[in-house]
Structure formats: structure tokens, C-alpha cells
Design a protein around this ligand. Structure first.
Ligand code: C2E
Ligand code: MG
Ligand code: MG
Ligand code: MG
Length: 295
């Protein structure tokens, strides 16, 4: 069991590996604090239009309409070059220690800087989706930063989206600020939709333009009738509300086929493309993944 999951005034059995894990976590936090802005590298994963895909379930011929920015960390531990660290390993700790605000700034800056190059490769307007943490949303300067990023991306012919999970809806101050955020011209998207234990009431008045169906539902869509029914319900609801629906984690042709038949608009997943560095985007955007780009 986890020490933090136990209540107050309770004895926790001492286990040395728990201490080691805590020390490793503190080291991550410290390294994050020391890391320069350039240590955070943004990769991009294409998002394709399912409804304008060619025959064969859109494996080929699905036009790319956007890219999700996904941060990685080039962690310097003084030794040889190590593989990039994925966000699951550090975003939570960066939120806990507040460094996520600086990391998020660096991501926004990189994305707006990359926008011109991306737009140049695509030859037309693309949506750039950036994940934001509730900690960033609570920061007083955030709206101003987003406004600048929206302008800059727009000047390069790209549209900025901010992805946030349903968990942000529990903070009333954040919810009050969403309208200001939308007024900057940023599109707001609900990430990991369906996993947040949150009331659906927020969809009535909040300025969201899309949501992304969590990949845990998409994973089982072809094999489990319950998952399929839930996704179908989400798609119908999204359509009725006039929201754009994105399916996350599409890995198999059957999943893409089912989603397309349901009327889900967009899809993202390893079936189409893994996240790639900005240097690789040009290739990706000109590959068979998107033969209609110039049409
Ligand atoms: P997310 O926003 O839900 O991003 C989708 C995650 O699913 C990414 O993992 C992506 O690589 C992965 N993925 C995409 N297609 C597939 C697929 O077909 N199968 C499977 N199994 N996975 C797929 P990644 O890059 O490790 O990011 C994990 C999470 O970290 C993100 O989940 C997001 O919540 C967070 N994150 C990433 N970048 C940022 C950032 O710049 N700021 C903040 N605050 N959070 C970020
Ligand atoms: Mg996301
Ligand atoms: Mg997600
Ligand atoms: Mg996720």
C-alpha cells in the first residue's frame, strides 16, 4: 500500500523501498527545478479526420487536421545521453512542486515557434493542441500568455487549442476563468473525457469546442459491448451539443472503422502515427497518411 493513501494517526509499516521511491521522487523534483527551458522538448502526434478518410478504414488517406503537442524531458544526470523522459514520469511531480508552470510556458513558446514550420509543411491551417495542467490554469498570468500564443500561432496560420481534463472543473476559480481564456481565441478541449468523475453539467455553460474520448474506452470498443455503447453515447451527445469529437489511442483498423461509422469526427493513435519530433513532421505530413493535404 501507499503511505499517502493511509489516513492521519495511523502507523505505516516501514519498508525501505518506499523510502527509496520517495528519494527518487525528490531527486526528480530537484532536477526539474534545475532544468533549463531547453530541456523540455515537444513532440507532435497527428490528429486525422476520420470522416474524410479514404476507403479501408482510413488507415491511408486520412487527412491530418491537427497535431497534439506532447512534452518530453531531456534529463541531464551528468552522464551519457539518456532517452527522453515521458510526461507520465514527471508532470505529476512538476505539478506538486509548481515547476509545471515554467514547463508549460516553455511548451507554449516552443509550439508557437514551431507553428510556422508546421504550417509550411502542411500547406494549410492546422490545429495545435496543447495540454495544460490545472496548476497553470490557476496562475494569474496564464490568460495573458495564452493570448500572446494565440496571436503568434494565428500569424503562422495555426489555431491553438488547450486541452484540460475534467478535473479542472472542481475549482470554481478556474471555471470562472475559462470564459476569459476562450475570449483570447483559444479553443478549449476536454481531455480524457469520461474518466473524470465529474458532473456533465459543466458542458451546458462552459466554452468548450471539443472533447477527446479517453483511450481506455477506445481500446475495448471492438471487443466489449459496454465500451462500445459508452463511446456511442458520447459521440451522440457530442454531436447534439455541436462539439467536435476526437477519439484517442486508436491502434487498430477495426476501432477506426467503428468510430467512423458512429460519426466520430477525428482520431489520434498509433494506427496513424506516433508522436514525432518537429524535424520529422515534414515527412509525416507528406507521407501517405495525408495524401489529400494539397487537394
Ligand atoms: P494525453 O494528453 O491524454 O496524451 C495522449 C497520450 O497517449 C500521449 O502519451 C500519447 O503518446 C499516447 N498515445 C497516443 N496514441 C496512442 C495509442 O494509440 N496507444 C497508446 N497506448 N497511447 C497512445 P504521453 O506523450 O506519454 O503523454 C501522457 C500524458 O502526459 C498526456 O496524456 C498529458 O496528460 C500529459 N502531458 C503531455 N504533454 C504535456 C504538457 O505539455 N503539459 C502538461 N501539463 N501535460 C502534458
Ligand atoms: Mg492531451
Ligand atoms: Mg488524453
Ligand atoms: Mg491521457
Amino acid at each position: 500500500y501507499r503511505a499517502k493513501a493511509t489516513g492521519k494517526n495511523r502507523w505505516v509499516e516501514f519498508r525501505p523501498e518506499l523510502l527509496e521511491e520517495e528519494i527518487a521522487r525528490l531527486q526528480v523534483i530537484e532536477d526539474l527545478q534545475q532544468a533549463p527551458a531547453e530541456a523540455f522538448v515537444v513532440h507532435y502526434q497527428p490528429i486525422v479526420d476520420l470522416q474524410h478518410a479514404g476507403a479501408g478504414a482510413g488507415v491511408t488517406g486520412a487527412p491530418v487536421v491537427g497535431l497534439e503537442a506532447l512534452v518530453r524531458w531531456r534529463r541531464d544526470r551528468g552522464g551519457a545521453v539518456e532517452p527522453l523522459v515521458g510526461p507520465e514520469e514527471f508532470i505529476g511531480l512538476a505539478e506538486r512542486s509548481g515547476t509545471v508552470v515554467g514547463i508549460g510556458d516553455s511548451v507554449l513558446r516552443q509550439v508557437t515557434r514551431d507553428a510556422e514550420r508546421i504550417q509550411g509543411s502542411a500547406g494549410r491551417r492546422l490545429d495545435l493542441m496543447v495540454n495544460v495542467s490545472p496548476v497553470q490554469l490557476r496562475h494569474p498570468d496564464f490568460t495573458v500568455r495564452v493570448a500572446a500564443a494565440v496571436r503568434q500561432a494565428g500569424a503562422s496560420g495555426c489555431r491553438l487549442h488547450l486541452e484540460m481534463t475534467e478535473s479542472v472543473m472542481i475549482d470554481d476559480d478556474v471555471v470562472d476563468r475559462l470564459r476569459d481564456l476562450a475570449d483570447t481565441g483559444a479553443q478549449l478541449t476536454i481531455d480524457d473525457f469520461g474518466t473524470g468523475f465529474s458532473s456533465l453539467g459543466y458542458l451546458r455553460h462552459r466554452p468548450f469546442s471539443s472533447f477527446k474520448i479517453d483511450r481506455s474506452f477506445v481500446r475495448d470498443i471492438a471487443t466489449e459491448p459496454t465500451a462500445r455503447a459508452l463511446v456511442e453515447g458520447m459521440v451522440k451527445m457530442g454531436q447534439a451539443l455541436g462539439l467536435t469529437i476526437v477519439a484517442e489511442g486508436v491502434e487498430h483498423v477495426e476501432q477506426a472503422e467503428i468510430l467512423r461509422e458512429m460519426g466520430c469526427h477525428l482520431a489520434q493513435g498509433h494506427l496513424y502515427c506516433r508522436p514525432v519530433s518537429v524535424e520529422e513532421i515534414e515527412d509525416v505530413l507528406s507521407a501517405p497518411l495525408a495524401p489529400r493535404l494539397t487537394a
